[in-house]
Design a protein around this ligand. Structure first.
Ligand SMILES: CC(C)(COP(=O)(O)OP(=O)(O)OC[C@H]1O[C@@H](n2cnc3c(N)ncnc32)[C@H](O)[C@@H]1OP(=O)(O)O)[C@@H](O)C(=O)NCCC(=O)NCCS
Length: 177
């Protein structure tokens, strides 16, 4: 069955037109003590620079990073809902923690099905980049995230200790036969 969220939201490249709602989202992440890359005050004045950094992550990644495509989940009324990173390949570190796809949904928009949707759309983007078997990881106690991965066909590989105080679940989404 198609859910409301399927019809109402889409993936888009980060863009100036979503600036205000994106900054609101970052403020929500700060309130829940998530680590953020750029502070809202800096984003407010240097948003173009931030967009350029996201673009460069795809074409000219920093040393030690793999190329990654970054997308925002946008609502029908053009507001930022969450983001997803699609990493083009794995390195040793991502193989243990991070995997091919990482996502988050802004706190005000959680528990509406957007987590499942952003993961599905991220998988579609990975497939477009010819990534066959897709690795996704999450904390063992992140119920929302492992439900999302399992709903998207994730098969649990194992749970490993990354010295983070909680085990890391590693799931594969296998290429369709
Ligand atoms: C994890 C996260 C992406 C979930 O997003 P979401 O939009 O709330 O997810 P959904 O609405 O699609 O929910 C998926 C399922 O998880 C459940 N769920 C979501 N958050 C939950 C929570 N905190 N506790 C228990 N269950 C939860 C939902 O009820 C739903 O269950 P169902 O399949 O039985 O209906 C979001 O909480 C988030 O961004 N967290 C911080 C970043 C993060 O953890 N990212 C994942 C890293 S791997």
């Amino acid at each position: 069955m198609t859910k409301m969220t399927d019809m109402a939201a889409f993936l888009a490249r980060p863009h100036q037109r979503y600036k205000d709602s994106f900054i609101e989202g970052v403020e929500e992440y700060i309130r829940e003590e998530q680590s953020i890359n750029w502070h809202p005050d800096i984003l407010a004045t240097r948003f173009d620079e931030y967009l350029e950094v996201l673009r460069q992550a795809e074409t000219e990644p920093l040393a030690g990073m793999v190329p990654a495509s970054h997308f925002w989940l946008i609502s029908a009324n053009h507001r930022y809902i969450g983001d997803v990173d699609v990493r083009h390949r794995l390195n040793e570190s991502l193989r243990r923690f991070g995997g091919h796809i990482g996502y988050k949904i802004r706190p005000a928009e959680r528990r509406k099905g957007y987590g499942k949707l952003i993961c599905r759309l991220g998988i579609e983007q990975a497939r477009k980049r010819h990534i066959d078997d897709i690795l996704i990881t999450c904390d063992d106690d992140n119920i929302g995230s492992y439900k999302i991965i399992e709903a998207n066909g994730g098969v649990l590989l194992d749970k490993i200790d990354n010295n983070r105080g909680v085990l890391t679940r590693r799931y594969w989404i296998y290429a369709e036969a």
